[in-house]
Design a binder for this molecule. Structure first.
Ligand code: NDP
Length: 484
């Protein structure tokens, strides 16, 4: 097999995206009732560039009183927003989508600075998809009766929405767009480490003329999220984050009338059959686990390769890993950017250590990484089995656990042997195998001969400990409606 050896034969000149056009304030306040207002806590926390350890801006910490103000403003706004002609609601959402597109470059650079993801990904995936979600749900706003024939769809009220740090603007779009298209109003909390693009979105929302109070964006840590969950005037909780916090939320709202959707963690199985197009499958493995540094709930973090092709797949994968460029997220050559936070890097390193202690054989590609910032080279483990910790638990980093299989029934059993049920991938040239696996794998999404493909028209969500409820498509509307 010929080696790629790209690192040895090529040296890419840096192609760093400029930050000159970025408008960032020193301090960001809360966005409540259409205005940026100071928090009652008077506290701010730093948001840090994970590639340089530099402070980018200060973010306000919302307390109980702030959440109460935000929920009150959403509740008042609900009275008129829910009665506004649906066509008018759609126009506002369409305008927000256009404004995101107009400022796409600024958003992409800020997303990469604040979260560490490669600019190629924030530019080509996160920001366009976020705009697409607003476009898609703008279209549905005045067609809800067609979406659900013979039913009278009504909005739920005030939605409390809590999102994680891995796709900050995209997650905000997933939450806000369907909620307001259906006539609800929202209080959204971004993750502590990546609040900036949600706050920039607040600027767009203000400029768009969206009626005050329809969207409120409050920043802070887990306590702020808990205040939203526990507020008595919240009608619906939409949460994306870890399974542990999802369980806490479910406990807090049990016995209340609050509706909920929980999008939680995952441990996706990526399955390569011997009849697959091997080179494409290897690209698919790379995309499944190393996209966004592996900070992806549906990452293909468990690889299952049919025994007859295991050696060639692993050899080609190692070869491809050695060509991945780890480094400055703002450089357009970069494949793998910075790990989102020191805490997350410590978690990933803890799992790498456990993997070795439990007898896994580690392979990491060589890469020179800066002393500043948080980095993890692409990593794979061989000689692991179903009971290994790194096979069972979500790592949320660029770490792949590889196992082999002989028969289709064996791989289905192995793939389903996990507490999670969010995603899976299948690589084969046989349609019949694809149909069998899509029916028998316990996963909300199964990709065939591709991986990590997202589209606003397609529902996304999990089974088992990966949560319940769907986002995207018609299913995503349902989560924000009640029917008469
Ligand atoms: P967390 O669950 O820790 O945090 C998610 C959000 O909840 C953050 O905004 C966080 O605030 C907030 N939060 C933390 N504690 C509480 C609480 N007690 N009550 C209410 N809100 C709280 O997850 P991470 O941010 O670490 O994200 C990683 C996890 O998210 C992974 O497990 C991943 O699989 C999952 N995820 C799932 C997705 C899906 O669609 N299924 C998509 C993306 C991620 P703060 O950040 O400030 O602590």
């Amino acid at each position: 097999m010929s080696k790629l050896n790209l690192n040895k034969t090529w040296n890419y000149a840096a192609a760093t995206e400029s930050t000159n056009h970025i408008l960032l304030k020193e301090k960001y306040d809360l966005f409540i009732n259409g205005e940026f207002v100071k928090s009652n806590s008077k506290k701010y926390f730093d948001t840090i560039n994970p590639a340089t350890d530099e402070v980018i801006a200060k973010i306000s910490e919302a307390n109980k009183k702030d959440i109460d103000l935000a929920v009150k403003s959403a509740k008042i706004a609900f009275r008129s927003w829910s009665k506004l002609k649906a066509k008018e609601r759609g126009k506002y959402i369409f305008r927000i989508a256009r404004m995101i597109q107009e400022r796409a470059k600024e958003f992409a650079v800020i997303e990469s600075m604040d979260g560490g993801k490669p600019i190629r990904e924030s530019r080509d995936v996160d920001i366009p998809l976020a705009a697409n979600h607003f476009f898609y749900y703008a279209g549905w706003a005045d067609k809800l009766e067609y979406a659900f024939p013979n039913k009278i769809p009504k909005p739920l009220g005030v939605a409390g929405q809590i999102i994680p740090w891995n796709f900050p603007l995209l997650m905000a779009a997933w939450k806000i767009a369907p909620a307001i298209a259906c006539g609800n109003t929202v209080v959204l909390k971004p993750a502590e480490t990546t609040s900036l693009t949600a706050l920039k979105l607040a600027e767009i929302i203000q400029e768009s003329g969206l009626p005050k109070g329809v969207v409120n964006i409050v920043t802070g840590a887990g306590n702020t999220g808990a205040e939203i969950v526990n507020h008595p005037d919240i009608d619906k909780i939409a949460f994306t984050g870890s399974t542990n916090v999802g369980k806490l939320i479910q406990k807090s709202i049990s016995g209340t009338k609050k509706k909920s959707t929980l999008e939680l963690g995952g441990k996706g199985a990526n399955i390569i059959f011997e009849d697959a197009a091997i080179d494409q499958a290897v690209e698919g493995i790379v995309n499944a686990i190393f996209f966004n540094q592996g900070h992806v709930c549906c990452a293909g973090s468990r690889l299952f390769v049919q025994e007859s092709v295991a050696n060639i797949v692993i050899e080609k994968l190692k070869d491809r890993m050695s060509s991945l460029i780890v480094g400055n997220p703002l450089d357009k050559n970069t494949d793998i950017g910075a790990i989102n936070s020191k805490e997350q890097l410590a978690t990933i390193n803890k799992y790498i250590k456990i993997g070795q202690e439990e007898g896994g054989e580690i392979y990491q590609s060589k890469c020179s990484i800066s002393k500043k910032g948080n980095w993890c080279p692409p990593t794979l483990f061989l000689n692991v089995s179903q009971s290994h910790t790194i096979v069972q638990e979500e790592i949320f980093g660029p770490v792949l656990a590889i196992q082999t299989f002989r028969t289709i029934d064996e791989v289905i059993e192995k793939a389903n042997n996990t507490p999670f049920g969010l995603s899976a991938g299948v690589w084969t040239e046989k349609g019949s195998k694809i149909f069998k696996l899509t029916q028998e794998l316990n996963a909300g999404v199964v990709w065939a001969n591709t991986y990590n493909k997202f589209d606003p028209t397609s529902p996304f969500g999990g089974f088992k400990e990966s949560g319940f409820g769907r986002e995207g498509g018609l299913h995503g509307l349902k989560a924000y409606l009640k029917f008469e």
